[in-house]
Each structure stands twice: as C-alpha cells, then as structure tokens.
Design a protein around this ligand. Structure first.
Ligand SMILES: O=C(O)c1ccccc1NCC(=O)[C@H](O)[C@H](O)COP(=O)(O)O
Length: 210
C-alpha cells in the first residue's frame, strides 16, 4: 500500500502551518469562504504565507468569482485551488494553468460517481470527495466510502469528510484496495474551528507510517 499524501484543511495560524510542514503533512488548506468559521480572512498575512515553503498551499473556494480565485492565488502564493461549490467544467477549465485544480464532489456514497465526475476529468487535476450536508464543508460527517470502491476511479482523488483519529483501521483496509491520492483532515483534529490539535495530528501521521 502506498501511503497517501495528507492535507490538513481550515488553517488560520501561520505558526500551525509551519508545524504541519515539520510533521511531513503535504498540503495545508485555507478557506476563502466568509461564512465558514475557518475563514482565513485577515488571520494570516498573505505575504508571509506566500514565502512559506515546505508544504503545498490549497485555497478552498465556494462559488467565488474567477477574479477572486486568481487574486488569492497570486496574493497568497497558492499552488492548488479546491473548488468546493457548484463550479461547472467550463469554470474549472478557464482556471486551468492558474493553479492545480481540485474539484470537489459532495456525496452520500450512493451516487454513480464515475458518471458525475466524467465531465470534470479533463479540467480537474484531481477530485475530492466530501460528505453531502447542508453546509459546504467541515461538517465532521462521513459518507459511505464503498460508493468510491465500486466506481473504480483512475483519476487521482482526495478522500475527505469526517476523517478522525479513530478511523485508522478502517482507512488502512480502504487504502489497501483503493488508490487514494491524499487524505483530507479537518474538524476531527481541532480544539476549536480553525485551531488544530497538533498532538493528534502528529499521532495520526505516525500511525499512517511512511
Ligand atoms: O472547513 C470548512 O469550514 C469549509 C467550509 C466551506 C467549504 C469547505 C470547507 N472545508 C473544506 C475541506 O476541505 C474540509 O477538510 C472537508 O470539508 C472535510 O471536513 P471535515 O468533515 O471536518 O473533516
């Protein structure tokens, strides 16, 4: 089993982003969606984040204008944009080249995943599967992963939605049979929205192994 990459989302403190890089976490996620309790807003100075090396920076957007996304890519030095709303394949295609594109699908696990993702294969560098709920993300809820198993996807994808420290055994068995590009962690590793529990993350990285 190849160990998947790891993304920790909803970062609001520069010092915690530096600590993630030291732990070997591959991506830090920043929420550019004002209604979220994890909205990065003016909590991190754009120039300081732009200079930070050793970890990829993913901006999370929900139905933002293309100009807002492009401005944030430049200001914060984002490598990746995670499109978490109802963005069309045309919208994703028009952003291609500005950053790596991750298109999110919010699912229950009962959908025909191959069918709903097909129009995005050419325009998204990777997919991210999160749990369908009233809120857009950071819900702490899981979907039925077996829906992905049956889809037999070849496109790289992030597995997301309510993954927590207690899921390590279930993850190990899922990862054995599924080619997951990266795991996306968020609210199950927090002491408060936007504040991560670094001890929990360190232990989880240790359990995942190298
Ligand atoms: O985290 C948020 O507050 C958020 C709000 C609006 C859109 C996306 C958001 N998070 C994006 C993520 O990539 C989360 O990591 C993902 O939703 C999983 O979160 P969780 O279920 O808490 O593990």
């Amino acid at each position: 089993m190849r160990r998947p990459l790891v993304k920790v989302c909803g970062m609001t403190q520069l010092q915690q982003v530096q600590a993630l890089a030291a732990l070997g976490v591959n991506y830090a996620g920043f929420i550019f969606y004002p209604p979220s309790p994890r909205y990065v807003g003016n909590k991190i100075e754009p120039g300081a984040l732009k200079q930070l090396e050793g970890i990829k920076k993913a901006g999370v957007f929900v139905n933002a204008t293309m100009q807002e996304v492009k401005d944030a890519v430049v200001a914060y030095g984002l490598d990746t944009v995670q499109l978490h709303g109802d963005e069309t394949p045309e919208y994703c295609g028009a952003l291609k080249g500005a950053a790596t594109i991750v298109k999110v699908f919010r699912i229950t696990g009962n959908e025909d995943v191959a069918h709903i993702t097909a129009p995005y294969t050419a325009v998204a560098d990777a997919f991210l599967f999160d749990t369908k709920a009233q809120e857009y993300g950071g819900t702490g809820k899981k979907f039925d992963w077996s829906g992905l198993q049956h889809a037999g996807l070849e496109h790289p994808y992030f597995l997301s939605g309510g993954i927590g420290p207690q899921d390590i055994d279930q993850l190990r068995s899922f990862l054995k049979n599924n080619n997951v590009y990266a795991l996306d962690l968020n609210s199950k590793f927090e002491t408060a929205p936007g504040i991560k529990d670094m001890k929990l993350l360190e232990a989880f990285m240790g359990s995942l192994g190298g």
